[in-house]
Design a protein around this ligand. Structure first.
Ligand code: SF4
Length: 450
């Protein structure tokens, strides 16, 4: 039996696909080698953060109709954020009648039992004694954390291991659908997180990425005084050669303690992704981000004082409904002054059911013009900062063979910069000293020194 998982969206989804794979492998299935190999089960792990992610997922679910027609035994499951949106399960039920299973974000561990039920019903249909079975489960189960702790994981991102620390979000930024599709915050017990990190390190993973919609609020729903700072310090005590990164950090919750824990550790990378979204106080307020641009500048100052070589990346959104030309100018000013190593730039996309979707919208042409200006600015900053690396020697964890340059490996510096250098595939997973010889925009090129 073979399975194929099609993943959309963020690292959280990438990791949840590893959990879906773990569930399927616990049933004795193996992953298809590629898209051309026949699958017995196809799982779409969807995203709905932006309109185009949703349209892409629905388009591809539409495409497998032909595959299902040719192969009626195929089982099709749809999981992830999109399924959890109001009314979406009904849409799938009616418009995609060949989809067998729809599981919400906190029900993925039910996949094996639902597959068994679909199969059992199909066997009965053959004897003409029953109806087809379709599973639609998007409820938030009470025992989610316990079920999640026991779920198998088939990791696919070696030498990086994703480790969830907190699920859901309580923040309700006015543009964001995540709190509606991932539920309220639920922190995993600290001992469970530390044990998972220790196991991954023992298994040879050189990099651990702690995941949460807002890692900085880790522990507030636990009763033993747990916090993200304490968790970082515990993880730092684990023996072995490995690195720790984390994402995502909400600026309103980033504490001096977390900054100190990062600075005092040689395992926690001097690297942070700190989404600013806008440089305008008015827009930040309308977004319900609950920090000001001054607070953001002050965090950047503290991070750089504590870790002068820190790599800081961000998310910036343009075209939020209330963003005027002056507000956009404030964003450009902030980006110019902070000098992010890199920025993920987005055009605001209205998400049904969120407060911002009900506001009057900015014309798309204006949004396109703004994003063009922003990307141009950030690219020039990234290129300038990359040039500072030339001539230096940096420790890089070889993460993979380069997809674009034959005979080369790629990986990241501690500060999160992508570096490409000649090397054998057998060295993937090793920490390698790389002398940077050339900077090409966001990418560094160099030679291995050892
Ligand atoms: S913090 Fe805001 S942007 Fe991030 S997931 Fe929560 S609501 Fe969405």
């Amino acid at each position: 039996m073979r399975y194929r998982i099609v993943t959309y969206g963020c690292q959280m989804n990438v990791h949840e696909s590893e959990k879906l794979a773990g569930e399927l492998e616990s049933m004795g299935m193996t992953a298809c080698k590629d898209e051309t190999e026949r699958a017995d089960v196809i799982v779409f792990n969807t995203c709905c953060i932006r309109d185009n992610a949703e349209r892409r997922a629905l388009g591809n679910i539409g495409v497998v109709k032909a595959e299902k027609k040719r192969d009626p035994d195929l089982i099709i499951a749809v999981c992830g954020c999109m399924t959890q949106q109001e009314g979406m399960a009904e849409v799938i039920k009616e418009r995609y009648p060949y989809v067998d299973i729809v599981l919400g974000t906190r029900n993925i561990f039910k996949l094996p039992e639902e597959i068994e039920k679909v199969r059992a019903a199909r066997a009965r249909i053959k004897k003409r004694s029953d109806k087809r079975y379709r599973a639609f489960d998007t409820a938030y189960p009470e025992d989610y954390l316990a079920a999640d702790e026991n779920a198998p994981v088939a990791r696919t991102s070696y030498p990086n291991a994703w480790v969830n620390i907190i699920y859901g979000c309580n923040n309700f930024c006015t543009y964001c659908i995540v709190p509606y599709v991932r539920g309220r915050e639920l922190s995993r017990p600290m001992s469970a997180v530390v044990d998972e990190v220790r196991r991954a390190v023992d298994e040879g993973y050189g990099e651990i990425t702690l995941l949460g919609q807002n890692v900085n609020s880790y522990g507030h729903d636990l009763t033993g005084g747990e916090s993200f700072e304490k968790l970082l310090r515990e993880v730092d005590r684990i023996e072995g050669k490995f690195r720790v990164r984390f994402m995502t950090s909400h600026p309103k919750d980033l504490t001096d303690g977390v900054i100190a824990a990062m600075a005092e550790s040689d395992k926690i990378c001097s690297n942070i992704h700190l989404p600013v979204q806008s440089g305008s106080d008015k827009v930040l307020k309308d977004m319900n981000r609950r920090y000001t641009r001054d607070r953001y500048f002050s965090l950047i100052r503290k991070l750089r004082e504590a870790m002068p070589d820190i790599g800081i990346t961000t998310d910036v959104m343009v075209g939020f409904p209330t963003e005027s030309e002056e507000d956009f100018a404030d964003t450009m000013d902030l980006v110019r002054r902070v000098r992010f190593s890199n920025a993920f730039t987005f055009i605001y996309s209205p998400r049904k059911g969120t407060p911002a979707a009900a506001m009057p919208q900015i014309p798309y042409a204006v949004k396109r013009e703004r994003i063009g200006e922003l990307i141009k600015l950030q690219n020039s900053v990234t290129k300038e900062l990359s040039e500072d690396y030339v001539g230096g020697v940096f420790e890089v964890l070889a993460e993979d063979v380069s997809p674009k340059h034959e005979g080369m490996l790629c990986g990241r510096t501690e500060s999160g910069r992508l570096a490409t250098f000649p090397g054998e595939a057998s060295r993937v997973g090793e920490f390698i000293k790389v002398r940077v010889t050339e900077a090409r925009s966001a990418s560094l090129f160099g030679v291995a020194e050892d």
